[in-house]
Design a protein around this ligand. Sequence first.
Ligand SMILES: O=C(O)CCC(=O)C(=O)O
Ligand SMILES: [Fe+2]
Length: 116
Amino acid sequence: METAEQLLVQNYGIGGRYEPHVDALEIENDRIATFLIYMSDVEIGGATVFPKVGVTVHPKKGSAVLWYNLHRNGEKNLNTKHAGCPVLMGNKWVANKWIHEFGQEFRRPCSLSDWE
Ligand SMILES: O=C(O)CCC(=O)C(=O)O
Ligand SMILES: [Fe+2]
């Protein structure tokens, strides 16, 4: 994919976690969407949580989650704040594909609305 970053593979051992953050970088041609692929099951822990919207995604090998990081007007969407919970038992492997704005104009047309 031309307008995406290279696949980033991450491995978390026991206690491994990712602090709450948003993936948007506030740059031109920002990360419009995140595609997060779970490459392993995790025995206990390791969920990806989105506290602002009350969503918890438990890792399941072969599954993936996709979300938009930006509003249609290009502003970062703070509701996308998320974290990787600590792995308590097992091992977590994920791969991230960050898709950028350029090239997505016809797939996700912009709008002037500040909430859409
Ligand atoms: O490992 C996770 O569940 C989340 C990873 C993440 O948010 C990131 O790499 O930006
Ligand atoms: Fe993230």
